[in-house]
Unconditional design. Sequence first.
Length: 99
Amino acid sequence: MALKECKSLEEVRTEIDLLDDKIVELIGARNSYIKQAARFKDTVDEVKNPQRISEIIAKVRHKALALGMSANLLEEIYTIMIDEMVESEIAEFRNSSVF
């Protein structure tokens, strides 16, 4: 991702705000897909799926290192996000399982 060279602190802050907007939109889209995934699962254990979570964390850590970022920071962010989204998916699963 190419970044522009900012000429002032105000311009840097504007670019950060634009990125924050995109990040929130992407997290929202991810959460929508998580809720859709609940329809394809048969049990709460399938929703929790620690093996899948480990795969995601490993992929994110690898990507962070490739970008010269802190793998620990990204792991922490993703762990929090995944924990919250798993709870959201469990709620979606339970609601869709009610007949």
